[in-house]
Design a protein around this ligand. Structure first.
Ligand code: SAH
Length: 366
């Protein structure tokens, strides 16, 4: 006898609607919104002053705008889409923020104190799908891209914290959780807003973006002709080793990647930074340094050596100090500019994805 099999009914979990952050807009976009809403475009200047100079926390504080306009703004935009879950300060002045997004996910932002200024490391995605074998950010995969306003708000919130001590965010690095070139359009809008004189007015040369090596986006970025600093997470001197560390090398092979980097340096006239994580016994020997020097010979560049940050789920070990210096010396002897990255906030899990990894299990949405 035929029996009809009933398929289980799948109840789809409603995704919360994300409200647009007002911080995603450029002044010209705000002008368009004002015109569309029957308001005078010059109000954009006033609104930007309230957002980026006076740094208000409510629309009602925008006292030179009519109540009607403030209500319209509040109806269309959110003034704050991030809430601070954790703020941890390290002995060296590094501050790590764990922010909660509208839909319950959490992201990390780090403020680093340098001699040359205050630098904020921003996150561009909830999680990451690149899958680097050493990185904590990729452990739970990618949940979603951040919206431009959510990236801008990270810097604004850190600036608000610095306002309490009368300091300014002078530098931004896009080196937090996520692959910025996998969320290209939001990253570009973010860059335009923080660089804009009416926005946070952070100079392009004070901003750095880092990618794991998505080749088509590298060409696109080169053609934008920006003065923004550009870093590539290289981590290996040959294709085979890079593939072991970074599965992205399967889709984007090292020789093609190097060609894209050459294109970038020639097109922009700017130098590139190569980030090279030293993973004990894997890529940290003098012969690797020799091979690396050959690979990047003739490219206008700088190499940043990063001693591995310990990640509990990953079993990479630190390179002994002497070997780090030998690696550095080998590059120097080959005429390569090189520095060893200083650690920030190691007492507060400041390495990418570490604080969030602790929180991930508590996230409300999957
Ligand atoms: N997805 C981008 C932005 C992240 S930047 C990129 O890959 O460039 C963060 C930098 O720290 C990258 O160079 C990344 O490869 C590196 N990194 C991640 N985990 C690390 C670890 N455990 N030890 C050392 N460096 C690490």
């Amino acid at each position: 006898m035929d029996q009809e099999i009933q398929k289980p009914v799948r109840v789809k979990k409603e995704k919360p609607q994300l409200r647009q952050s007002i911080y995603s807009l450029l002044p010209e976009e705000m002008q368009t919104w004002l015109k569309d809403n029957g308001e005078k475009p010059f109000r954009a200047g006033q609104i930007f002053d309230w957002l980026y100079i006076k740094r208000v926390t409510t629309f009602d504080e925008m006292s030179n705008l009519s109540k009607e306009l403030r209500d319209k703004l509040a109806a269309d935009f959110e003034l704050s889409t991030l809430s601070t879950l954790i703020k941890q300060e390290s002995k060296d002045g590094t501050i790590k923020f764990l922010f909660q997004l509208q839909d319950g996910y959490s992201i990390e932002t780090v403020l680093m104190r340098h001699e040359y200024g205050n630098s904020v490391c921003v996150t561009t995605q909830v999680g990451c799908r690149i899958g680097c074998s050493f990185c904590a950010s990729t452990l739970g995969g990618l949940k979603r891209h951040l919206l431009a306003g959510e990236i801008v708000e990270q810097v604004v919130n850190v600036q608000k914290a610095l306002d309490e001590v009368g300091e300014r965010v002078s530098h931004v690095v896009i080196m937090g959780i996520g692959e910025p070139f996998d969320n290209y359009d939001a990253m570009m809008s973010f860059l335009k807003v923080i660089n804009h004189e009416k926005g946070l007015n952070i100079g392009a040369r004070h901003i750095t973006v880092s990618t794991s090596g998505i080749i088509p986006s590298i060409y696109k970025f080169a053609d934008e002709q920006l003065q923004i600093n550009f870093a590539l997470s290289l981590h290996a001197p040959n294709q085979e080793l890079r593939l072991r560390l970074m599965p992205i090398a399967k889709a984007y092979k090292l020789p093609d990647l190097i060609e894209a980097i050459r294109y970038y340096t020639e097109k922009t006239g700017r130098r590139v930074s190569f980030e090279y994580g030293l993973f004990g016994g894997v890529n940290d020997q003098v012969e690797h340094a020799e091979e690396l020097a050959k690979l990047i010979k003739g490219i206008k560049c700088h190499v940043n050596l990063i001693p591995v940050n310990y990640v509990p789920e990953r079993d990479y070990v630190r390179t002994p100090k002497n070997d780090i210096f030998s690696f550095e010396k080998t590059l120097k002897n080959n005429g390569i500019n090189v520095t060893i990255r200083r650690e920030h906030g190691s007492d507060i899990d400041a390495a990418c994805g570490q604080l969030r990894a602790k929180e991930r299990k508590q996230e409300t949405t999957n």
